[in-house]
Design a protein around this ligand. Structure first.
Ligand SMILES: Cc1cc2nc3c(=O)[nH]c(=O)nc-3n(C[C@H](O)[C@H](O)[C@H](O)COP(=O)(O)OP(=O)(O)OC[C@H]3O[C@@H](n4cnc5c(N)ncnc54)[C@H](O)[C@@H]3O)c2cc1C
Length: 441
């Protein structure tokens, strides 16, 4: 049995890994470079924490290595959503399932999720060292050492008493800790304000791992077009197709949010990692927005007789007014402008042909996607350590005694609780294995 387990990173995956390692008899230390563990957990689900999802996980994750991902699906069965709910129930947290399969704490408070994890760590004697950063790893055959930089914060009260102006003076102290097993749980580089600043990629690289370029995922998409400023604030039920080099690659339906720089909302988040990667690879990326998803087979229907009659019946209305019966006014105005229909032009004056063109555009409004929004705005990263470089217990194939878990790996889920499920599952499996696996020779 491994005695000393060090967990680098006190986020979702790291805290669960620490609990499972300690429950299986290891002496565990968590090294966290922020002043508190689990900051990102508090941000999840808009503060409500969508902690897992009861739907089948197959098809809910992406990785650049499809074969390894298939293998990993078999592993994930060992700690599925039901096991996650059992685990939290065991820690005293009851959960509820919503209609889409998403699972939340009954109180819908992310803070309680972190509370129960922290209190389990306390109960099991897990040592948590905050304000400490793992800066380097030196593995040996039977274990190794990690270099840790400790940030010693100046005492705020003392500063006040002594009337010092700087409230936060960092002093650095180097430390070297020995481990039998090390678990890298440093996350990716999404939402760095919570602590995941990408330093884990350097640690993994230093151990000989390759890194698939991390890119923002579950993120808004920036688009070309000055008209976006006029559309900012519009929310609309839409069907959106993602076209990469002209080929439809994904399609989603849901509430689209238009911003002054592009598109947002759950359907956009779901396809954002594909767009992110395609843009990074220099491919042409477009979204085809159908603002009329409630009109079945819109392409045919717009030419039907009743619509034709409609157009004639409303000959006195402006085209913008007429189209506002179908879509948000701001969208109607932009589509008119894009089709050269002057503001105030009437239906009668504009003619059926032009109006049909406008309606066609509403059913397939093409925008060029230029970039994903920043890592800071992303919920997760795609990319990271290739899945093929860890075994079925998430132990590094480069170094026995080192595990790599959570978002640091090249695997990302869609919205709906799948990313936290990945963090809990990889943490639980690796934590138990790190404590129990006999030394390899
Ligand atoms: C706004 C937002 C909302 C989200 N909502 C949901 C949701 O509702 N459901 C869902 O499933 N997913 C959600 N996610 C995604 C989910 O939070 C992440 O997938 C998950 O937290 C990843 O867990 P992790 O342990 O791999 O990394 P993290 O949670 O990022 O934890 C990594 C930890 O390591 C620490 N660290 C990093 N480098 C070092 C170092 N060198 N030394 C010491 N410590 C280090 C960091 O400070 C951090 O505490 C959301 C994400 C965001 C940003």
């Amino acid at each position: 049995m491994a005695d000393r387990v060090i967990v680098a990173g006190g986020g979702a995956s790291g805290l669960v890994a620490a609990i499972f390692a300690a429950e299986n008899g290891a002496r565990v230390t968590v090294i966290e470079h922020k002043d508190r563990v689990g900051k990102k957990i508090l941000m999840t689900g808009n503060g409500r924490c969508n902690l897992t999802n009861m739907s089948d996980v197959r098809g809910k994750y992406y990785s650049s290595d499809a074969d390894s991902l298939n293998r990993i699906y078999d592993t994930l069965v060992r700690f599925d959503a039901e096991k996650t709910r059992d685990f939290f129930r065991r820690l005293g947290l009851y959960t509820k399932e919503k209609r889409d399969g998403g699972v939340y704490p009954v109180s819908e408070q992310a803070a309680i999720v972190l509370d129960v994890l922290r209190s389990a760590c306390d109960r099991l004697g897990v040592r948590i060292r905050t304000d400490c950063e793992v800066t380097a790893v030196k593995p040996r055959r039977t274990g190794g050492t990690v270099s840790v930089v400790q940030y010693i914060r100046a005492d705020h009260e003392q500063n006040k008493r002594e009337k010092k102006s700087t409230a936060l003076q960092h002093k650095h102290k180097e430390d070297m800790l020995e481990y039998d097993r090390l678990i890298l749980a440093t996350g990716g580089k999404a939402a760095a304000v919570s602590g995941s600043d990408g330093s884990g990629y350097q640690l993994a690289k230093g151990l000989g791992h390759s890194i698939i370029e991390p890119l923002p995922a579950l993120v808004q998409l920036k688009c070309e077009g000055t008209f976006f400023r006029a559309l900012s604030g519009v929310r609309a039920q839409c069907r959106i197709r993602l076209l990469i080099d002209g080929r439809e690659t994904a399609s989603e339906e849901g509430e689209l949010q238009l911003t002054d720089y592009g598109i947002s909302g759950i359907p956009v988040f779901q396809m954002s990692r594909l767009a992110s990667r395609a843009i990074y690879e220099g491919r042409r990326c477009e979204a085809g927005i159908d603002f009329l998803p409630y009109i079945e087979n819109a392409e045919n229907q717009i030419f039907d007789k009743s619509m034709d009659r409609n157009i004639r019946d409303f000959a006195h209305k402006t085209v913008e007014e007429f189209l506002s019966g179908l879509v948000h006014k701001k969208v109607a105005a932009v589509v008119c402008r894009q089709n050269g229909v002057a503001s105030g032009a009437t239906v009668g004056h504009t003619g059926v042909r032009k109006i049909v063109e406008c309606i066609r555009m509403l059913a397939d409004f093409k925008v060029k996607i230029t970039a994903p929004n920043s890592f800071e705005n992303a919920q997760v990263c795609c990319g990271g350590v290739p899945l093929g470089e860890v075994d079925e217990n998430f132990m590094s194939r480069r170094h026995s005694n080192v595990y790599i878990i959570g978002e640091l790996l090249d695997c990302d889920g869609i919205c709906g609780g799948y990313n936290l499920q990945w963090a809990w599952a990889t943490g639980a499996i690796a934590g138990a294995d790190a404590a129990l696996r006999r030394d390899r020779t």
